[in-house]
Design a protein around this ligand. Structure first.
Ligand code: XMP
Length: 511
């Protein structure tokens, strides 16, 4: 089945992925594509509507991203947001000027008439602005639909031609009726049917995978993370025992994780699941190593070696499953960002495995959609809402040398923290929460005895994409319970501290 599609043309704004996610949340499939796409390519893509995103440039600047003028002749509805709104004006006979002062933050949006785009939006509401340039003269055929105190043309449109511009950001949560505006554009303007749902995705993907894989053999590296878990479950639903999964137990997983993977995927789902027990091998290789990058490199290399050994036992396969998700696809299409940490992923696997083709069943999905899909496939919340865990796992949450004793202390402390966050019902609000064993020991008094033990740090952050993060405002009572339990129940820990640093300047992980 062919879905209706919305095309989101990317002009470089920071909220662009958010726009695409909102559109999909509203039940319409969409893709984010570079603004250089030509009118002919857009026609071939066949969207029911186009959204121009925001961007950091001024339309008059040299090298400012442009759009193929032919896009206005395709008869497809267009909504321009921020830079996109200015670009439409600029290309269609209007004008854009630099405002005396930048407008930033929550502003009152005041409507000046009725139209399809703003249907159901009250006369006055709050919208989120972030701009310096603004539209001065309207594009041909358009009229002003709303303004703010310092932005006379905050929304304009032409219902007949189905062309609209909004200076504010409807995609961010601070715009009270932002979702309503996007929904109006999709349903009232573009005639969307709302045919994008996870149930459809399962049916379609299963059919597609069956056709692609046929009777052939597939291999998947299960990491215990959400993406590989959902990808494997989907492929398993499609081809059953033709799929073999390998789980490398490097001995650095969180408490109960290895057991859960084996139970859920091996026993409950009945997958053909091989566990490579490599804990001692990793600990030996990490002996005496304290440098974070060194730890990552050792683990990454060894992981591939262990996997390769298991894969050799299985022999040649036709397909290798990868849990690539849509943000990875979008990111990799852009310029390089600075390497802050050498992230270890299963990315090196394709080089050492004998296979013919990669299968990436989650390639079109955002993280929240992957979670919904997992739930649709019957996976439990503890798998689907599992927080992202770095490939090197607990090794980079143990400052200094990794030892069996520190691993045990950290596992127990981390398990208590996770349990209390779940009990407090905070697990879906917080992006990541974990314990760290610091490289400091402090004096304490426990049960009338002087102790000299490890300091455990708690780290919990809210974030949308892990690029930036803020420390989570966990209620004091929850922190108190966690601290009491860790110092009371965990061996070799006598002090608990809470990390209140955002990213930047700190990173989420401590190493
Ligand atoms: P940082 O610490 O760089 O982390 O702020 C950003 C996000 O990436 C995760 N992370 C990793 N993920 N391999 C991974 O697959 C790694 O080596 C790695 N290091 C950090 C981290 O948990 C956070 O979600």
């Amino acid at each position: 089945m062919q879905h209706q599609k919305i095309l989101v043309l990317d002009f470089g704004g920071q909220y662009n992925q958010l726009i695409a996610r909102r559109v999909r949340d509203l039940g319409v499939y969409c893709e984010l594509k570079p603004s250089e796409m030509t009118a002919a390519e857009i026609r071939a893509f066949g969207p029911i509507g186009i959204i121009f995103t925001g961007g950091p440039n001024s339309v008059y600047a040299e090298n400012a991203p442009d759009v193929d003028k032919g896009v206005f002749e395709l008869g497809i509805p267009i909504l321009g947001i921020c830079y996109g709104c200015q670009l439409i004006a600029y290309k269609r006979g209007g004008s854009v000027v630099r405002a005396a002062a930048s407008e930033y933050g929550k502003k009152e949006l005041i409507l000046c008439g009725e139209d399809a785009l703003l249907g159901g939006v009250p006369q006055r509401s709050v919208c989120w602005m972030s701009h310096t340039d603004r539209v001065e003269e309207l594009p041909a055929g358009c009229k002003v639909l709303a303004s703010t105190e310092s932005c006379p043309v905050a929304v304009y449109g032409d219902d007949g031609r189905k062309l609209y511009g909004v200076q504010f950001h409807p995609e961010v949560a601070h715009s009270e009726y932002g979702d309503r505006v996007l929904k109006n554009f999709l349903y009232a303007v573009c005639g969307a049917k709302g045919d994008w749902s996870m149930q459809n995705v399962v049916q379609e993907q299963v059919a597609r995978l069956r056709e692609k894989i046929g009777g052939k053999k597939v291999l998947c590296a299960l990491s215990g993370g959400v993406d590989s878990a959902v990808a494997a479950t989907l492929v398993h639903r499609a081809v059953g025992k033709q799929l073999v999964c390998v789980f490398v137990d490097h001995g650095l997983h969180r408490k109960g994780e290895t057991e859960e993977v084996m139970r859920v995927f091996g026993e409950e789902l009945g997958m053909d699941l091989v566990k490579a027990d490599a804990g001692p091998l990793f600990l030996t290789a990490l002996k005496g190593v304290t440098d974070p990058e060194q730890k990552r490199k050792i683990i990454g290399k060894l992981f591939i070696e262990v996997f390769e050994k298991e894969a050799k036992k299985i022999g040649a396969v036709d397909f290798l499953v990868q849990g690539t998700i849509y943000p990875d696809v979008i990111e990799s299409g852009k310029g390089k960002s600075a390497v802050i940490k050498s992230h270890h992923n299963v990315g090196g696997l394709p080089d050492v495995i004998d296979f013919k083709e990669i299968v990436e069943p989650l390639r079109d999905l955002f993280k929240d959609e992957v979670r919904k899909l997992g739930t649709e496939l019957g996976l439990s919340d503890s798998i689907v809402w599992r927080q992202p865990c770095p490939g090197p796992a607990l090794a980079i949450r143990i400052m200094g040398e990794v030892t069996e004793e520190k691993l045990e202390t950290l596992r127990d402390a981390d398990a208590i923290f996770r349990e209390e966050i779940f009990k407090a019902g905070l697990e879906k609000e917080i992006w990541q929460y974990f314990a760290v064993i610091t490289d400091s020991k402090t004096v304490g008094v426990q049960g009338d005895f002087r102790t000299y033990e490890n300091v455990i740090a708690l780290r919990a952050v809210t974030s949308a994409d892990a690029m930036t993060a803020d420390w989570a405002r966990i209620p004091y009572e929850v922190l108190e319970r966690v601290s009491n339990r860790i110092t009371g129940e965990v061996k070799h820990a006598n002090r608990v501290v809470y990390d209140i640093t955002s990213k930047p300047p700190a990173t989420i992980e401590w190493e």
